[in-house]
Design a protein around this ligand. Structure first.
Ligand code: HEC
Ligand code: HEC
Ligand code: HEC
Ligand code: HEC
Length: 106
């Protein structure tokens, strides 16, 4: 009985804290929610185009979610700024789509 309870506690803990997504397996797609319209990011397709995880996860992968740092502290650029810099700048450089609606879907 005790063992079962510990198991349930652990599983719930992982689900509630969202730690499952923090495994190092890169996701196929990530939905980035936005008031401007959610952005569906094809993670695995994009990954092939760069040198390594660090190119985007510039502080390492212990904290894979950009929003866990950006927008929390005034000294760190806002989330919108961080994403637009990283995503749009590469789209401009490498001929990716740059219209607002190519990323933001209402
Ligand atoms: C082209 C940019 C880019 C590259 C390269 C990249 N990632 Fe990501 N990754 C992202 C973005 C953007 C997110 C979503 C972040 C967010 O939601 O705040 C993400 C999210 C993740 C997540 C969390 C998924 C979730 O559902 O919570 C993991 C794990 C991850 N990446 C692993 C990797 C690994 C491992 C590599 C290298 C093999 C890698 N990434 C390379 C941009 C990238
Ligand atoms: C662990 C905290 C942390 C995480 C996670 C993180 N960042 Fe950052 N980021 C920072 C800090 C701090 C800075 C400002 C200092 C610097 O330039 O390194 C920064 C700067 C940037 C800049 C440069 C902004 C400018 O003004 O030129 C971009 C672009 C950026 N981050 C994008 C991202 C993206 C996209 C993600 C998610 C894939 C991400 N960051 C995840 C902490 C983080
Ligand atoms: C290393 C350069 C690079 C970075 C960084 C990058 N992209 Fe892209 N992206 C591209 C290129 C190139 C294409 C066009 C690919 C094609 O047409 O096959 C593209 C295509 C897309 C598309 C349309 C096709 C699809 O996959 O649905 C979306 C949406 C997109 N990117 C979103 C993003 C977002 C959001 C980010 C930041 C989290 C991002 N991209 C970061 C290079 C990049
Ligand atoms: C390459 C993909 C991409 C393109 C192109 C793009 N955006 Fe974004 N944008 C994002 C991502 C990713 C976010 C981060 C999600 C968030 O914080 O809302 C974002 C965030 C935003 C936000 C902040 C929304 C909020 O909830 O605070 C605004 C406003 C915005 N974009 C407007 C625009 C406009 C206007 C254009 C066209 C000129 C545009 N974006 C083009 C990917 C893109």
């Amino acid at each position: 009985m005790m063992k079962i309870r510990i198991c349930i506690t652990l599983i719930c803990g992982v689900l509630v804290s969202g730690n499952i997504g923090y495994a190092l397996t890169p996701p196929e797609t990530v939905k980035i929610t936005s008031k401007q319209g959610d952005v569906l990011f094809h993670h695995q397709e994009h990954q092939a185009a760069v040198n390594g995880c660090q190119d985007c996860h510039h502080e390492g992968l212990d904290v894979p979610r950009c929003r866990d740092c950006h927008g929390i502290d005034r000294l760190i650029p806002r989330l919108k700024h961080a994403f637009h810099r990283q995503c749009r700048n590469c789209h401009i450089k490498d001929d990716g789509p740059t219209e607002c609606t190519s990323c933001h879907k209402k």
